[in-house]
Design a protein around this ligand. Structure first.
Ligand code: PHE
Length: 493
């Protein structure tokens, strides 16, 4: 026959009388108290039994205390270690009895008048016969009980010879749903129970609402991607469509020339931009559009005088790692102007990686991410730009904004955006923006009257502020701790 299960033994024992002390009972039964505890918790949760906690505090010997009972107190051990005739050097005695005994016993041995310390040499002199003295400490420890007076107990505790222990046991009694036989309980309602009607007579386990969920063993998004996810949600909510950004290598044409950035501009230098050597030149740019870009740079048009400098096609054809996502915006605006059926108003955004030949430090990386928004429609103005930017930043929790005039080759007017940061308690630059110039939009073929407003910001900066990173290298690159990605909250805005 199978051995009686422990829960059954408990229930049968309770039939005649309460179990006064679960620990004594476990000893009697020859089972571990941990097992009894597990079963009684389960029986209690189903109402079979009640349990009441009994806790008692008591004094017990520490290992040093046990040692003192067996070998004599530290002070006696020291006394015994001393030669009868001559003084002993402290270091010798210490080496003989051990550090702990020496430290724990010397003071008491002196107080008892068993030893004296020689002036000058510091040597220890024996002043009593170890066979004749009474080892009071050892006797106290042998007779250790709560009955000893509080002062003595405190002193023994200070000497780390005794420590307080805690005994936890339970008194068990019959519960409201007590029965000698435990009914099998089901954890789940199954299709079979419904089909054969057995659910009617089944007792179900109560649902444990306090149980902790298991942590799923799964990958997590990188901290930056969590913030990207939130920016995307915000921009989708505002009615923006995502631009295709899977083009890290870009031609100077789309990254600079289409944006009316002069070929002499310092940003187009190898000091600031990564040039690609293989292949080094772009295979395709729209030829007629390229001609119009050349003209607007050299001689102007659309009410502009242009830069009046020579524009080289070979410069435009050079391949680079894109320095900003505005390169994607220029491609998209060109497509929008030339799409079938002609221009229609659009709101676009992108969030992706850009590259700059930066000196690396705690706040600068050579590759980072930009968030960019673009709205193209008839008759837009500065108020639309400011309003859109306010709306966007309000949705990510930054409500206090200031705008400062700035310069970009492709926007006029241009504004840097400053936000009052409630976490950092200061004004900090959070973005750049502007209205794209006619010299950029008109050669693309966008209808007259169409205005395009745009703004951009880095993904790293708000992430560092929100998640309190002070070094960008902890956020991006080979020094990132995977554990940090796991523990950062999913939602911040
Ligand atoms: N491209 C700019 C930058 O890299 C940001 C910007 C985007 C400015 C759109 C104006 C308009 O900083």
């Amino acid at each position: 026959a199978p051995a009686a299960s422990l829960d059954g033994v408990i229930l049968r024992a309770l039939e005649s009388a309460d179990i006064a002390d679960s620990r004594c009972w476990a000893d009697e039964q020859g089972v571990s108290h941990d097992d009894v505890e597990r079963e009684m918790n389960s029986l209690e949760s189903e109402g079979y039994i009640t349990k009441t906690l009994n806790q008692t505090l008591f004094w017990e010997l520490t290992p040093a205390g046990e040692e003192a009972v067996a070998q004599g107190s530290p002070e006696l051990v020291i006394l015994k270690a001393l030669p009868a005739e001559e003084a002993a050097a402290q270091a010798d005695v210490k080496a003989k009895v051990g550090d702990d005994v020496f430290k724990g016993g010397l003071g008491i041995a002196k107080k008892n008048g068993w030893v004296e310390i020689e002036k000058g040499t510091g040597n220890i002199v024996r002043k009593a016969d170890p066979a004749a003295v009474e080892d009071k400490t050892a006797s106290l420890l042998k007779g250790l009980s709560d009955a000893l007076d509080a002062k003595t107990l405190k002193e023994l505790k200070r000497r780390k010879l005794i420590a307080q222990g805690k005994r936890t046991a339970w008194t068990l009694g019959k519960g409201a749903s007590y029965a000698v036989e435990r009914r099998r309980t089901a954890a789940d309602l199954t299709a079979a129970m419904l089909a054969d009607g057995s659910w009617r007579d089944t007792t179900f386990k109560p649902y444990n609402f306090d149980a902790e969920g298991t942590v799923p063993a799964c990958g997590v998004e990188h901290t930056l991607l969590k913030v990207r996810t939130e920016f995307r949600r915000v921009l989708f909510e505002m009615g923006f469509a995502e631009m295709p950004t899977s083009r890290f290598v870009e031609s100077c044409f789309w990254n600079f020339d289409a944006l009316f950035q002069p070929q002499s501009h310092p940003a187009r230098d190898a000091h600031d931009t990564f040039f690609v050597s293989k292949p080094g030149v772009a295979r395709h740019v729209p030829e007629d559009y390229c001609e119009r870009v050349k003209t607007v740079h050299q001689t102007g048009g659309y009410g502009s005088r242009g830069y009046g400098t020579v524009w080289e096609r070979s410069e435009a054809d050079k391949l680079i790692l894109r320095t900003h996502t505005t390169a994607v915006s220029s491609r998209m605006l060109y497509e929008l102007a030339n799409q079938e059926g002609g221009f229609t108003p659009k709101k676009y955004f992108s969030i992706d990686r850009v590259f700059r030949n930066e000196t690396l430090d705690a706040t600068h990386l050579a590759e980072f991410h930009q968030v960019e928004g673009v709205v193209a429609d008839y008759g837009l103005g500065l108020a639309d730009l400011i309003g859109t930017i306010r709306d966007f930043f309000r949705r990510i929790g930054i409500t206090n904004l200031r705008f400062k005039p700035a310069y970009n080759p492709y926007t006029e007017p241009s504004m840097e955006v400053f936000g009052y940061h409630p976490d950092l308690k200061c004004w900090t630059e959070i973005g750049n923006s502007g209205i794209f110039r006619p010299e950029m939009l008109a050669p693309m073929g966008l209808p007259e009257g169409v205005r395009v407003i745009a703004w951009g910001l880095s993904l790293e900066r708000p992430t560092m502020i929100k998640y309190r990173y002070s070094n960008i290298r902890d956020l991006f690159g080979h020094k990132v701790q995977v554990a940090a990605s796991k523990s950062t909250p999913i939602v911040r805005f």
